[in-house]
Design a protein around this ligand. Structure first.
Ligand SMILES: [Zn+2]
Length: 422
């Protein structure tokens, strides 16, 4: 049988409790779009769609003429599909996991180790750190997307230390004073910030729960009295506290930037960058790893020592956390989200309504293509037959293969594509 190198996938859904419910979830909408007979349960969370070959959610090949049933099995059989550079650089594995996330309640505050630290942690504590790889991540908003990312500028943190006595109590007077007097000296500021954050994270549970309850009570009363609670970041505090009562992560809003991405804007989460997703739908791409160090908004294990040692204590504004995407010089329909890691690049492809024939160009890497909007008939010399693409369709494209789209929708098409441009 002739080898087929382009084929459709049925992707794994993860029903984590934090996901948006039923058809409110972009994940669920894409699932029914790609498979009209799929059943979406009204009360069930649809948190993540996994497009890749991860063993916990290996995509199914949607063509029974192909002997292998999953993408992982197929790549193991035909590693040349990755492209020779990717195959050599990543030991015959697809280097990325491509996802859609629909976030209803906040995910834990976390950071991911760099490769060196990941290897050390995995050797020491394999039960908490399951592999030796880094886990850079990119989130691209599909709807207005809210998250926490990186340490705030110092003047903002100092402002909260002054305005929120309960927060000041956890950090302590000495550490707070050290931060105040460090302004203007980058090295001292980094050290002082680490001291402040470590002091807070090391507080005994009884102490921070009492302070948190006090703070929530005060902000609630102020809100009820019609007062502006923004100097205590009141709305976000009450929202996170309602989701994670008594959690130390509720205080992290005074250290970390609150970032809101408009559709198409992205956040790149490199090694040691503290972050959390709070609400919204996004495309996500990451290196294949499960190494996560948590810092709150979680019922899972928090490794305070590792976390406080590893973090990037470089204060920066919320707007600086928006990752710059660039137009592809080779194709006016393509926007590139190209992070400073070799594992993955994401492309947004917007085919305007005026273009009816569009070619998804070949790249020297295997790629995964997701249709977000629009309809087309896809043709490729490397496919068994034409494939009908609709919202939610996912296509695997081997390295050095192109795909022709004959667009049938009136308003054009929007697709996202993940690959590894070494
Ligand atoms: Zn993360």
């Amino acid at each position: 049988m002739e080898e087929v190198r382009v084929f459709p996938l049925t992707c794994a859904v993860q029903n984590y409790a934090w996901g948006k419910i039923g058809l409110d979830s972009e994940v669920a909408k894409l699932v029914v779009g790609g498979d009209p007979v799929a059943v979406i349960e009204r009360d069930k969370p649809y948190a993540e769609l996994w497009m890749g070959a991860h063993p916990k959610g290996d995509a199914q090949i949607k063509d029974n003429r192909i002997a292998q049933t999953t993408l992982g099995q197929w790549i193991a059989h035909y590693p040349a599909c990755l492209g020779s550079k990717v195959k050599d650089a990543f030991q015959g594995q697809l280097p990325f996991l491509f996802k859609v996330l629909s976030v209803n309640t906040a995910l834990s505050i976390q950071a991911h180790p760099n490769k060196e630290l990941a290897a050390t942690l995995h050797a020491q504590f394999p039960e908490h750190y399951p592999d030796n790889n880094h886990k850079p991540e990119m989130a691209i908003a599909l709807t207005r997307f809210q998250g926490l990312c990186g340490f705030r500028p110092v003047d903002e943190i100092l402002g909260f230390l002054q305005a929120v006595p309960e927060f000041h109590a956890l950090v302590g007077r000495d550490a707070a004073e050290e931060l105040r007097s460090s302004v203007g000296d980058e090295v001292r500021t980094g050290r002082a910030l680490k001291k402040c954050f470590t002091k807070m994270m090391s507080c005994e549970k009884k102490v921070f729960v009492d302070e948190l309850n006090e703070l929530v009570k005060r902000v609630t009363q102020e809100g009820a009295a019609g007062k502006d609670t923004s100097s205590s970041n009141g709305d976000l505090l009450l929202r996170l506290h309602s989701q994670y009562p008594g959690d130390i992560g509720c205080f992290s809003i005074y250290f970390l930037n609150y970032v809101v991405l408009e559709p198409g804007q992205a956040m790149f989460l490199g090694a040691n960058e503290p972050h959390a997703y709070i609400y919204g739908d996004c495309i996500e791409c990451m290196a294949c790893s499960d190494n996560t160090v948590r810092a709150g908004l979680t019922r899972k294990y928090i490794d305070v020592n590792t976390l406080c040692e590893m973090l990037n204590y470089k204060p920066a504004s919320a707007s600086s956390k928006i990752f710059p995407c660039v137009p592809d010089p080779a194709d006016p329909c393509v926007t590139l989200y190209d992070p400073p890691v070799p594992d993955f690049t994401v492309m947004k492809i917007q085919v305007p309504a005026s273009v009816k024939d569009y070619t998804v160009a070949s790249v020297d890497s295997a790629s995964i293509l997701l249709v977000i909007e629009g309809d087309a008939t896809a043709t490729s010399a490397a496919a068994f037959s034409d494939v009908t693409l609709t919202r939610g369709s996912v296509l695997f494209v081997s390295a050095n293969e192109s795909v022709s789209l004959q667009v049938t929708s009136q308003s054009g098409m929007t697709l996202f594509r993940a690959c590894s441009l070494l």
